[in-house]
Unconditional design. Structure first.
Length: 634
């Protein structure tokens, strides 16, 4: 599943892509402690009731929240026993089945149980995926007290395809240039949470246990070795808070204070394996264990927030103090053992004004923080580059990332529509950046950049026509992500070996140059139209603007072109049955969504390496409701 972008920052499954968005499931952090990546394929998206997006600096939510935070709110049961079963088939061998049941007992206990399976062959050659998941919520809650239990588990295996040399991309985008890449992921989580009156307020407590594992295999061009990594993460954590509201002077004051803590046990093992040319017989050579690192890290924080409302004006202020300890324990060379400690105070100030009952404006100032992950700390030496997915060593220290965001915005509501607008600037110090190595292909190291910046504007509208028969939305975002200090970053383009190539050139970054892989413009729009006879039609469109390529931080070559992705849906209701057809990439576009530079070993040519959009696919879905009406909008 691709990364999620917010204001020039990302959250996604790619190990080594510096994260800037935090992701939570019912308040439990899902960023993995080894590299702060988010494995979206393991999250229980089939069992999510709504997605809450907090754009901008989420100071009080801790690490990785520079571009915002995503909280996934899971489904709970209510009312009489009901259920749903779903079966779908589609292009490229897609097959999926889901089942869920929910309800509440006469004693007030609610429950939700669900499970699913999905597989597909994949659009590109020698690709495919399989995914299993199970999820459960059990609770007893009312307005004053509540106690709930949550458990979920998931496993995902995917045979993946990387970027293609442009010469192959243009002729056959379905080609898998380095067939054999895969990732095998699994995760389990248990959480217990509750709330009750405490003094003149309400206290809440969550305790959780989370475990994840990953095996990744990256096939390289011969003679570069293939790389296999095995990672395990175990986290035990808790969050406790207390909130209260009371009258103070002419207004009302709402306060919230809390602490959260997590203890992680991370182990990373990396193996080098021989790479074989086409038609070459297998070699009788064992994998070589090149890295074996343990990191029992801890993250402890306290936070406070106060909102004071007088008439139509609300003033807010708060802060979060965080301490992070990341040990590095080398199991192969114990003399390399080190420890890195990071501390940060992240304040936040804001004000909002209700101009009328339908219009309001706000302004805010916030600071956010991210400590380097063990993967980044162990791969920070330019004289000892790390082969993907990163062989760790005792490397020079890195500084934590700090971001300060200034934002203004507002919203305006009509009878059947709502519009919001915001403008922001985020100044980043010591942003972590992966730099290619001049020693070997597909290797590099992490370093701190002195200053970077994100400037942007976001506009959104949503509404309904005709007594809510037609619902629609439209979102626009402009993001200018730039370097704000000079830097000389190695790129394979600047290697003297390829001086005659049309792609060759220096990579001396100037102030104002665009950061790579951040689209300047994005537009999203869609509509859903229920028709007579239980028929419904929906369409979604996504436009992504041009973006600079990785390896051209100096902005001297042509950027990746803009692309548009359109999806459509047709569904029909018949009592408790629903049938739907969904088409993604309606016009079968194969535009590039990612780009970097590399050398095709067979020809020795320097080329752009590009990743295409997946081809057009059709999915047919049959759903049967047990004890209730089918929701045709799902």
């Amino acid at each position: 599943m691709p990364a999620r972008r917010s204001r020039g920052f990302t959250a996604g499954p790619t190990v080594g892509l510096p994260p800037g968005v935090s992701v939570f499931l019912d308040g439990v952090r899902q960023n993995e402690p080894d590299a702060q990546e988010v494995n979206f394929d393991l999250l229980p998206m089939e069992h999510i009731e709504r997605v809450e997006l907090l754009s901008g600096s989420a100071s009080l939510l801790g690490q990785n929240s520079m571009g915002g935070a995503i909280n996934l709110v899971s489904a709970h049961g209510s009312g009489p026993l009901s259920g749903e079963m779903e079966l779908s088939v589609g292009s490229f061998g897609q097959l999926a089945g889901e089942a869920r049941t929910s309800g509440s007992t006469e004693h007030g206990t609610d429950y939700y149980l669900g499970a699913g399976y999905e597989r597909e062959r994949g659009w590109r050659v020698a690709t495919g995926s399989r995914n299993y998941n199970a999820f459960a919520n059990l609770g007893r809650t009312d307005a004053r007290r509540g106690l709930s239990f949550q458990a979920y588990g998931a496993r995902s295996r995917a045979e993946t395809a990387g970027s293609l040399p442009e010469s192959i991309f243009a002729a056959s985008p379905r080609t898998n240039f380095t067939a054999g890449d895969f990732e095998d992921l699994n995760a389990e989580q248990l959480a217990v949470s509750g709330y009750a009156p405490v003094g003149r307020g309400r206290g809440g407590l969550t305790v959780f246990l989370r475990r994840s594992g990953a095996e990744r295999f990256n096939v390289n061009q011969s003679p570069d070795p293939n790389v296999r990594s095995r990672t395990t993460n175990l986290t035990v954590g808790t969050t406790a808070d207390w909130r209260a509201a009371r009258a103070v002077g002419p207004g009302s004051l709402a306060i919230r204070v809390g602490v959260d803590a997590g203890a992680n046990r991370v182990r990373v093992r990396i193996y080098a394996e021989p790479s074989m040319r086409a038609n070459e017989p297998p070699r009788d050579t064992l994998s070589e264990l090149t890295t074996d690192v343990r990191s029992p890290s801890v993250d402890v924080a306290s936070y406070a927030l106060a909102d004071y409302r007088v008439g139509r004006l609300t003033l807010s202020g708060g802060g979060r103090y965080e301490f992070v300890r990341v040990p590095f324990r080398n199991q192969l060379r114990t003399a390399d053992d080190t420890r890195s400690d990071f501390r940060s105070l992240s304040p936040r100030l804001g004000a909002s004004l209700e101009i009328t009952s339908a219009a309001s404006i706000y302004a805010s100032l916030g600071r956010s923080f991210r400590a380097p992950a063990i993967l980044e700390l162990g791969c920070a030496d330019p004289d000892a580059s790390c082969p993907l997915p990163f062989a760790l060593g005792d490397d020079p220290p890195l500084s934590p990332v700090r971001a300060t965001t200034y934002e203004i915005g507002g919203q305006l509501a009509g009878r059947t529509w709502l519009a919001t607008a915001s403008a922001y600037r985020t100044n980043v110090r010591d942003e972590l950046f992966f730099v290619a190595s001049d020693d070997a292909l597909l290797s590099g190291y992490f370093t701190n950049l002195d200053r970077t910046r994100r400037d942007g504007v976001e506009l959104s509208m949503r509404g309904a026509f005709g007594a809510e028969r037609l619902t629609w939305y439209a979102n626009y975002s402009f993001t200018r992500a730039t370097f704000q200090s000079l830097a000389t970053l190695f790129s394979i383009r600047s290697d003297s070996t390829f001086a005659a190539s049309a792609l060759a050139g220096g990579n001396d970054v100037q102030v104002g140059d665009r950061l790579p892989l951040v689209p300047g413009y994005q537009v999203k729009a869609g509509a859903f139209v229920p028709l007579d006879g239980g028929i419904a039609v929906g369409v979604d469109a996504r436009y992504t603007g041009r973006q600079r390529m990785r390896g051209d931080e100096a902005n001297v070559t042509s950027p990746l072109g803009a692309y548009t992705l359109i999806s459509a849906r047709l569904s029909a209701d018949r009592g408790k049955w629903n049938v739907a057809g969904v088409v993604t990439n309606l016009f079968d576009s194969h535009d590039a969504t990612f780009g970097t530079f590399n050398v095709t070993r067979e020809s020795g040519r320097l080329e752009r390496f590009l990743t295409p959009l997946a081809g057009r696919s059709l999915r047919l879905i049959l759903r049967r409701e047990l004890g209730g009406r089918v929701d045709a909008t799902r």
